[in-house]
Design a binder for this molecule. Structure first.
Ligand code: PLP
Length: 404
């Protein structure tokens, strides 16, 4: 038999999410009910006018090879959106339409990283990042803990800059940043981003700024795009997606904005030869999402915020799960050190599966998060309430037993 798989480490990487979902499915097949807080998949329907726009565009014949860079009407609409909402000034040729945010990140790492290069990945990070870096020709990532301390206010912007400086090596080419952050719900402030910008400029680094959750902000949190800080436009690749804002995960459409120097690489080369562009009718529907009514975005944002509040309220009265209050995205990253009692976080995740609650162990987001779990709020409100009730019931009982 011929060798089946190319001899590349990336091809044998496994997925923690796949593992927990398989364990949850096995329980469900045995007749148990499981509440799914492990996935980050909006439970809302894509707004109707976007679906209509797709049908109309497909019927109008937008079914042939696309411009690999993306349709000009969509890129022009995005240039306006970027100026209006993000404060980013760019030309349509600086925007490339991608197969979701994942593909945008793939392009960014491909464009910037070569053999022996390193990207510093602020952690905890979205679990696809190690794989996306793994597809480059010999570059590596190194994680630098940041979001928990920034979120909880235990690291000042000056300390953050110092931590970054201390972590940099000669081979470090850039920093991967994600705000609002998956999984912590941290939303970095202008001052915190300024600290990163200062170091990036000083050491001449690229910044890959993943803004997938830019519209999912709670309370008074404000999103700042790092590309708008002085000196950053020429060194930042900003990544966006329609997946989360418009509940369009299955449509696979996102975009990346990069400095004009990267024009020949991002569209004509990388986008063309990785996917040959994005389905044109989907791009027309994406344009309808951008230029059409935005009420659905606000309705979903409110629902996520309400679920966050229901989760926090539901977990009150127990001392085993500590939840720093998320300010954005749609996850709760909970400190479960008190619940672990010396066990591995996977053992805890299995115990919770037994209670009917599937969560993702924190180690999926970085090796150092072995006493954390991520719970997604992108599931029905009833499920969030049920999960919080089950967990509180479990730990309240456990505490009573221990006390008695
Ligand atoms: C931080 C972050 N970036 C990017 C993405 C990519 O999303 P998509 O490829 O669906 O656009 C996700 C999805 O979960 C994410 O959490």
């Amino acid at each position: 038999m011929p060798q089946l798989i190319a001899d590349r480490p990336i091809l044998s990487m496994t997925s923690a999410l796949g593992r927990i979902m398989a364990e949850a499915r096995a329980l469900e097949q045995a007749g148990r009910r499981v509440v799914h807080l492990e996935r980050g998949e909006p439970d809302f329907e894509t707004p109707a006018h976007i679906v209509e726009a797709l049908g109309a565009a497909a019927r109008a014949g937008e079914t042939h090879y696309p411009d690999a860079r993306g349709s000009l009407p969509l890129r022009a609409a995005l240039v306006e959106k970027l100026a209006r909402e993000n404060g980013i000034a760019c030309e349509p040729d600086d925007v490339v339409i991608t197969i979701g945010g994942t593909h945008a990140l793939f392009l960014a790492f491909q464009a910037l990283l070569g053999a022996g290069d390193e990207v510093l990945v602020l952690s905890p990070y979205w679990m696809a990042i190690p794989k996306l870096v793994g597809f480059t020709a010999g570059a590596r990532m190194r994680a630098l803990p940041a979001y928990v301390d920034l979120h909880e206010g235990t690291m000042t912007p000056a300390d953050f800059a110092a931590r970054l400086r201390a972590a940099l090596r000669p081979e470090t080419r850039g920093v991967y940043l994600n705000t609002p952050n998956n999984p912590t719900g941290a939303v970095l402030t202008r001052e915190q981003l300024q600290a990163l910008a200062e170091v990036a400029i000083e050491r001449d680094l690229w910044v890959i700024s993943d803004e997938a959750y830019e519209h999912l902000l709670f309370d008074d949190a404000r999103h700042v795009s790092i590309a708008t800080l002085p000196g950053m436009a020429g060194r930042t690749l900003s990544v966006y997606t329609f997946s989360k804002t418009y509940a369009m995960t299955g449509w696979r459409v996102g975009y990346i904005v990069s400095p004009p120097e990267l024009r020949p690489v991002m569209g004509p080369l990388l986008s063309f030869y990785s996917t040959h562009g994005v389905f044109p009718a989907v791009q027309s529907a994406a344009r309808a999402a951008i230029v059409g009514p935005q009420q659905a975005v606000e309705t979903m944002r409110r629902a996520y915020q309400e679920r966050r509040d229901r989760m926090l309220a539901g977990l009150e009265g127990q001392g085993a799960i500590r939840v720093p209050v998320p300010r954005g995205a749609f996850y709760v990253f909970a400190d479960v050190s008190a619940a672990l009692a010396g066990r591995d976080v996977w053992d805890l995740a299995r115990e919770w599966l037994g209670l009917g609650v599937a969560v993702l162990p924190g180690t999926a987001f970085g090796a150092e998060y072995g006493s954390w779990v991520r719970m997604s709020l992108a599931t029905r409100t009833e499920d969030v309430v049920t999960a919080a009730r089950a967990l509180r019931g479990h730990y309240a009982t456990a505490t009573t037993r221990a006390a008695g």
